[in-house]
Every structure is written in structure tokens, then in C-alpha cells.
Ligand binder design. Sequence first.
Ligand code: ZN
Length: 318
Amino acid sequence: MSQVSVASGENPEVHISEVGPRDGLQSTQRIMATADKLRWIGALHATGLREIEVGSFVPPRLLPQMADAAEVVAGARLLPGLTVMALVPNQKGAGAALAAGVHKLTLPVSASEAHSMANVRRTPLQMVDEVRAVVALRDAHDPAVGVEVGISTAFGCTLQGPVDEDDVIRLAVRCAEAGAQEVGLSDTTGYANPAQVRRLFRRLRAELGERAGAAHMHNTRGLGLANCLAAFEEGVTTFDASQAGLGGCPYAPGASGNVVTEDLVFMFEAMGVRTGVDLSLLMQAREALARGLPEEPLYGMTPEAGLPKGFAAEVARA
Ligand code: ZN
């Protein structure tokens, strides 16, 4: 489970869930070879990351980048202490992911009706039924496997525009009632701002308590880190991030994808918040990514600037 206690006090901790091999690789035009994916996932694991979303179980004709998801899960399972997570849009995907041996499933449930129909051809409420069915499937297969939901387009939608905050919270509560152990909020389209993030996570945590899940922020408008900090200040302890900010829209040059893991780890460690991730090794892991996708632009301010002088020693003392 990704619940990490103590968000305040002497040694606050956060939990970084690396989603690059899924959220990042699903939006690149080139397909990374299975062996390269596993080399990269191994390098990420070596940094101390203990949860990695390694792929999604969707029809290969829709996302050929993810056609090898079962093989990637099998390889990632060999890494000690790693929670191997996969995205599944429905029961069929969940069945395949469970058969492949994932430790945790994540389902995207869109708060925007328009996005939900376009993405999965189901209304948000039909997706709640899907969550319930996936939980039942999981119970029959192995109750130890986690099921989490990310409420996508929680902060706005490119198709619908603004998304009603009451709808987001109501949907999150329904997903928890349907059996999801954690329900997080995703800024799928990079619309969120810190004030909105604080407001929505405060309401989510008031409704769901410990079952309020991760902040999944995109850096589309440069607010990824600010939004993560706002969520942290509301007590969120799990953050999704993608190495090198991999992803983004191939039709919008310069638009980056998820919040950059390297920058997020730097921010927290510099604040004295433990991530369990070795930043130097994290920077090195970019080489494995670059090797698998040589032409892909890699983002990140911290990797470009390098660590401040004396930073490692200071972090070790803290
Ligand atoms: Zn995303």
C-alpha cells in the first residue's frame, strides 16, 4: 500500500509513485523495446523508488506502446520490494493485469462526462460500476492486490471546460463506496492551480480520510510542482511523477507531461521531507531512458542545473 504516515512532525515523509513507464511511454510516438523498458524500470528501482506504474492493459491496437504490459509486469516483479502497478480501464484489462501478477491496479474514472465518453465510452457512473466489478474480480483472484482510482480531469477538461467540484467529490466518494482502497485526484490536462488543489484535496480528505489518495499532476502550464506543494500542505503524502517529465502532447512542442520526478524529489528533499529516493541515482537513471528512446526530449530543471554544492551532505545531516 502506498499510505505513508506522518506528513508533519520531525521527519515528514512522502511516497513518490513513478508513472513514466505508463503515463510517459503511452504518449511517445516511438515504442520502447521491452528489454529497454525493463532496464529503465530496474534503474528507477535502484534509486529507491518503491512503486512504479509499469504499463496499462488496454487493447494493443489502441496503444501499441503498451502491448508488452504482461511481459513488463513479469520482469518488474523480480525487483525486490517493488510494488508493480498497472493502469486498467475496465474488467477485461483488470483480468489480464491480475493474470500477469500486478501488485496494484489503478483505474481512471473521469469526472468530465465528455472526457469519459471519449476515453472509455462510458459515463462516470457506469465507470463506478466498473470499479465495483474490478474489486470483485480482485477479491476472487487475490485480495492482497490493491485497487486505487484516480479521478481524471478533476481540475478541468479540454473537452468540457470547467468541471464542477461537487461532481468530483461525489464521484470520489462513490468510487470509495464501490471498494477502491484509495481515490486520488488527477490533473489530466494540466488545468489545476494551487488554490484549487488545496480546496479539492481538503474536501477529499474530509470525505475519505485515509483513503484519500495520490496527487497526479501534469506540468502542462508549469504549475506541477506548485500544485504538488499545495497538495502536500493539505496532508497528501503520495505523489505521481514521471522521470524527465516524459509524455505530453506530440502536437504541442515543448508541452511536458507529468511533473518531473527529479524536480519533485529535489523539492521535497531540499525541504527536509524524505522521499527514500537517491537523487544522484535518479539522475543516472535518465541514461537508461535515453538509451531506450534516443530521440525523446528529456525535461527537468534539476538535472539541467545539477545539485547545489554541498546538497547531498546537507540532506544526509538533516
Ligand atoms: Zn497523467
